[in-house]
Ligand binder design. Structure first.
Ligand code: ADE
Length: 218
């Protein structure tokens, strides 16, 4: 799939692209393009935002700037899903991640500070997504969260099978994952549950299912 991110700070994404899962799928299952609104702005001196009508603090990303950026990237055929990252959007959950991961093309629009001119969300986007009920200083971190969550669903992103039994997966009926332990078997008197040392795979599987169920019910 291809994901295009529109941002004022494309270099912020460098770290993410060097890490798994993104690094594992880049150039293969995932093509990532970063667009800076400044590169296509029709305004002078790279201006992309402006004071809010009606007054108030902060700057608002301009609708003409975003329209120009989308036009420069797509002409008149934008992707089927153009997603604005905004705290007013639909809250991101694993079901929405799976849905977006099935798209051949996605555009993610971020803004800084006070956010988007509402006409961007209304007329230029198909979706508005929030990563949680709190306000961040921009849409870059939310775009990275979405990028990470979507790219780990792509073939080859994870070690074989490791995505199958994680929290919110179908294998766990959308519930939480069971707890994990590794060596040492005892540390400061904190022991690993005996069942995990038993070598009995059926008992271990049953214990894990029960742990998942109990955690998900909390
Ligand atoms: N921009 C600022 N806060 C946000 C949030 N919680 N989710 C998505 N975009 C945002």
């Amino acid at each position: 799939m291809r994901i295009d991110v529109f941002t004022q700070v494309p270099h912020a994404f460098a770290w993410l692209t060097e890490q798994r899962p993104l690094a594992a799928v880049l150039g293969g299952e995932l093509e990532l393009r970063l667009f800076n609104y400044r590169d296509s702005t029709p305004l002078r001196s790279g201006q992309v935002d402006d004071d809010p009508y009606g007054g108030g603090a902060g700057m608002v990303l301009r609708v003409d700037v975003v329209a120009a950026a989308l036009e420069a990237a797509y002409g008149d055929s934008p992707p089927a899903r153009v997603v604005a990252l905004t705290p007013q959007g639909r809250q991101l959950d694993q079901a929405l991640v799976e849905e977006l991961a099935r798209e051949p093309e996605l555009a993610l629009l971020s803004s800084r500070f006070e956010g988007f001119d509402e006409r961007i969300v209304e007329h230029l986007c198909t979706d508005a997504v929030s990563i949680g009920p709190y306000v961040l200083s921009g849409g870059e971190l939310p775009a990275m969260v979405l990028l990470d969550a979507v790219s780990r669903r792509l073939p080859g992103a994870l070690a074989e099978g490791s995505g199958e039994h994680e929290s919110f997966s179908a294998a766990l009926d959308g519930g939480l994952e069971y707890p994990h332990y590794t060596r040492p078997a005892e540390f400061r008197g904190w022991a690993v549950p005996d069942v995990l040392l038993s070598g009995n795979h059926a008992t271990i599987a049953a214990w894990r299912r029960e742990q998942s169920r109990a955690r998900s019910a909390r």
